[in-house]
Design a protein around this ligand. Structure first.
Ligand code: DGY
Length: 305
């Protein structure tokens, strides 16, 4: 009998096509708990919460949950493990795209590109001035990467090789393979104190929730920027709003939010912040590769049972 794969509604059609071509019965829907009953696999998005209750509703034949994302924080991985269900994700294929977005956000901040765009649109541009919207050069400045995995390391490489930044990093894991990027590992406190730009690349764990809060923001230089392309709750958004209102740091750029898609009160009113709607991995190349890999991950698990 053909096995059923529940494919969440927003997953690109090409992923469903790949599974169909492989002979699976594909059911598309919005709720894995309701429409995914009897499925051997679930292909979901980071916006789909897959908890123990959902897994039990799908049934004991469930073998794999494949997330079309690098993160797996929307899935109760411990509950899956307990039920013998594999959890798969799509790392690597989005590394370049997310790193490019982090670099882009830093450039937008340091050269005040969004502010400049609004300035022109609002008709405020009345002629060239030597001190109009002065930003900061990146060459020779210190970049602090928090979470030195694939994306953190690639972001560091682009900014080091292309823009002449010095790189320091903090990671709870050892240095190992990332020594290749030639960066120095230091404590989070030292990183915050030394960096001219801090870029966050940690996974969402209980230990990384509010990793950047009031105390950490206070430790940063007044001239420093904060960039977050990891997960929203890594930054205490309320504390960030307060810090930016008092100009305790020079600016921040967020691609992710604590309570997506809602924003903390006051966040959108600030001039010294740049906001993008969780699009760090949104290149055609990355999203296409993520969809294909998420489908392939299911095929690999089900074919190798
Ligand atoms: C991921 O894959 O975890 C990204 O946040 C998606 O944009």
């Amino acid at each position: 009998m053909r096995q059923t794969v529940f494919v969440s509604k927003g997953v690109p059609q090409r992923a469903a096509e790949l599974l169909k071509k492989q002979g699976y019965r594909v059911v598309r829907g919005t709720s894995a708990a309701r429409e995914g009953r009897g499925a051997a696999a679930v292909l979901c998005l980071l916006t789909d919460k897959v908890d123990a209750k959902t897994m039990d509703a799908i049934g004991p034949q469930l073998k794999v949950i494949s997330n079309m994302a690098a993160g797996t924080d929307n899935i109760d991985v411990a509950a899956a493990e307990k039920r013998g269900v594999s959890v798969a994700n799509t790392p690597d294929v989005l590394t370049e795209t997310v790193a490019e977005h982090a670099v882009g956000l830093l450039l937008v901040l340091s050269r005040r590109i969004v502010e400049g765009d609004w300035f022109v649109r609002k008709g405020k541009y009345k002629g060239w001035k030597p001190d109009l919207l002065l930003g900061q050069e990146l060459r020779g400045k210190t970049l602090g990467i928090v979470g030195y995995g694939r994306i953190g390391c690639r972001t560091a490489e682009i900014l080091q090789k292309g823009f002449g930044m010095k790189v320091v990093y903090h990671d709870i894991k050892g240095s190992g393979v990332h020594e290749a990027c030639g960066a120095k590992k230091i404590s989070l406190q030292e990183l915050l104190e030394q960096s001219d730009a801090v870029s966050l690349h940690v996974p969402m764990l209980s230990s990384t929730r509010h990793l950047i809060s009031k105390k950490e923001l206070k430790a940063m230089k007044k001239t420093a920027y904060l960039v977050n392309t990891s997960r929203g709750p890594v930054v205490d958004e309320k504390a960030l709003v307060a810090s930016l209102e008092r100009n305790e740091i020079a600016g921040a750029a967020l691609d992710v939010f604590e309570n997506e898609p809602r924003l903390a009160p006051g966040l959108a009113k600030l001039d010294n912040i740049v906001l993008t709607p969780h699009i760090a991995s949104a290149s055609k190349e990355a999203r296409d590769a993520m969809a294909k890999l998420a489908a392939k991950n299911i095929i690999e698990v089900l074919e190798n049972l």
